[in-house]
Each structure stands twice: as C-alpha cells, then as structure tokens.
Design a protein around this ligand. Structure first.
Ligand code: CA
Length: 332
C-alpha cells in the first residue's frame, strides 16, 4: 500500500460538518493449541481515554525465550504512548514517528539484554479518528476492510512469499503452503531503522468493518469466511467466532483479532467509547478480576473487623492460659 499525503485531507479532523459515526471495537487473543506462550499482543486505546480517536494495535512477537512476547509488548505500548502524547495534526507523520521510535526501543533493549537478543515483532496499527482512518504497518499481521460486500486487505505482507507472489514467482496458493512462508523481510526491532507503511487519511463510510489480525488467524481462515463472520452485528461474538474457528482448525500459532464496526450514530451523539477497556492487555483466557462495588467494600471491612476480633480473642486466651499454667505449676 502506498503512502498518501495527509496534507490534503488533514482539515477533515476539525471539519465542523463531519458525519457523526459510532465506533464499536472488540478484541480477543488466544495462545492457540500448540504454543505454550502467547507472544501476540493487542491494545485498544479508546477515544474516551485519548480524545484522539480509537487506536488499535496488533503485534506478533518472535524470538525465542522471552524475546517475542517482550518485543510485541514494547511495540504496542510504545506506539500507544507516543501517539497519545503527540502534538500536531499530521496524523500520518505522528504514526510513522511512533513506529520508528518503538522500533528503536526494541532494538536497543535487544542489544542491552542477552535474554532478548534477536527479538522482533510485526506491528499493525489502525486509527479511527472522526470520520477518517489511518494505518501503520510492518510485518505480516494484517488489516482488512469490509465494505459493501467487498473485502480489501489494506496492508501488504512484508514476507518473502508475498514478495514472490507480487513478482509473479509464486502463486497465492503455493505461498500458503510454502516452507519459508514465515520468513519476514521487514519487522520491528531487528535493525536500528524500520521502513513502515503508513496510509491515510482514508474516508470512512457507515457500515465499514475492519479486522486486524495476526497470521495465526489469516493463515487458517480465508477472506470469504472472514467477510461472513464480520457480518455479525454482535462484534464481540464475531471476535469470538474468529478465534474459535482458528482453534477448531488446530491453531498451531497464537491467534489475535481486533474487530471494529463503524456505523451512523443513531442519535447524532458522535463517536461512542469502545466497549473494550482502554489499553487492556488481551488474554481473555485469563479471568478478569471483578471490580468491587460499595456492598463489596462494606463486606470486606466487616470481615477484616471480625478477623481482628478473633485474633485478639485468641491472644487473650493464650495469655490467660499461660498465666493459669504458671500459677498452677508454682502453686504449693
Ligand atoms: Ca504468529
């Protein structure tokens, strides 16, 4: 995908006549059926938190013991932090800069720590801000857009086989089973510099659906199946279905998806906050600690008071017992 100038459209961000769009986001990640560790990492930073649109990131780490999981986390967290704290209106430039700085950070930490040597990660970023979208991308995770029955892969895989397909040296079918299909030509953290693909602003249309995913999904589920699943109005259910389908098919790799739905705001109230909690680390296989309500707090205070009384009582009995024993043994 070629880079687009953001100059021409950047006025769109402050355009008072912009459409009111409602954005819903769901994400899910699973370790899969073969791997022991989930080295994928996904983040959603919602507009309600950032006031700068909805930022979605999928990163698929690679590199032995500790490295892969560390690289994907550094990439996603750094890009989010850099984007949120950025100033200026040139969103494409901000995303590119954030990706480049995140790359340098992974590279530096890999050089400083023997355990992390050689770590790297893919990174795919989708930003939905007002009525435009931007993408930033390195590696072979993917971003798809589904619009009016058409499916578009918005990102190019930076893999050896994808290049061979583009150059006509390999068919798409051959690429799917090629023994070197995991070889990446571009990834984050393996060199001090990175060449990221950044695109946008891209106009949004009510009804647009987006999917960000790691290769643990797109290696197992084809684009026709994706379009069918993403047609579900319940995007939480859609995210679940994607992961379930990968698991059904053996899920040899970690599977991560973010689903975003863009619709006309019903009451014209504008973009609503994403249901996914801001910047949540996604591993839904782990139970989420429920937040304690007011009644929970009261119960906890009572239990602590009871425990204290019980403790004080036992101490009293212990001292009293001791006194009695010493009085009895010293008694004439
Ligand atoms: Ca993977």
């Amino acid at each position: 995908m070629t880079e687009q100038s953001s100059e021409r459209h950047s006025g769109g961000i402050t355009d008072a006549n912009r459409r009111s769009l409602r954005v819903r986001i769901a994400m899910k990640s699973d370790v899969g059926r073969v791997r022991s560790e989930n080295q994928d990492f996904a983040i959603v930073a919602a507009d309600a938190e950032t006031n700068k649109g909805h930022l979605m990131i999928v990163a698929d780490g690679m590199g032995g013991h500790k490295g892969g999981a560390t690289a994907s986390r550094i990439a996603a967290n750094s890009i989010r932090d850099l984007y949120v704290s950025s100033e200026g209106e040139d969103v494409a430039a901000i995303l590119r800069d954030a990706i480049e700085q995140a790359n340098a950070s992974i590279y530096r930490q890999a050089a400083e720590n023997e355990d992390l040597e050689g770590m790297g990660t893919t990174t795919s970023v989708l930003l939905i801000r007002d009525d435009h979208a931007w993408t930033g991308h390195v590696g072979d995770s993917r971003i798809y857009r589904f619009r009016g029955g058409e499916t578009e892969q918005m990102t190019d895989d930076h893999s050896l086989v994808a290049t061979m397909v583009r150059e006509g040296l390999l068919s798409a079918e051959e690429a799917e089973t090629h023994p070197r299909r995991n070889v990446l030509q571009r990834s984050m953290g393996v060199s001090s510099d990175v060449d990221a693909d950044v695109a946008g602003p891209i106009d949004l249309v009510p009804g647009d659906r987006f999917l960000l995913c790691s290769d643990g999904l797109h290696g197992l589920v084809n684009s026709g199946e994706m379009a069918e699943i993403i047609g579900d109005q319940d995007i939480e259910a859609a995210a679940e279905k994607f992961v379930d389908l990968a698991l059904e098919r053996g899920a040899p790799d970690n599977v991560t998806v973010i689903v975003a739905a863009v619709d006309e705001a019903e009451d014209g109230a504008g973009v609503e906050p994403a249901p996914a909690s801001a910047a949540a680390e996604q591993d839904r296989s782990k139970p989420v600690e429920p937040k304690m309500g007011a009644s929970g707090c009261l119960l906890r205070t009572l239990l602590i008071a009871l425990a204290f009384v019980a403790l004080a009582g036992s101490f009293f009995l212990l001292v009293a017992g001791d006194l009695f024993v010493s009085w009895f043994s010293n008694a004439p």
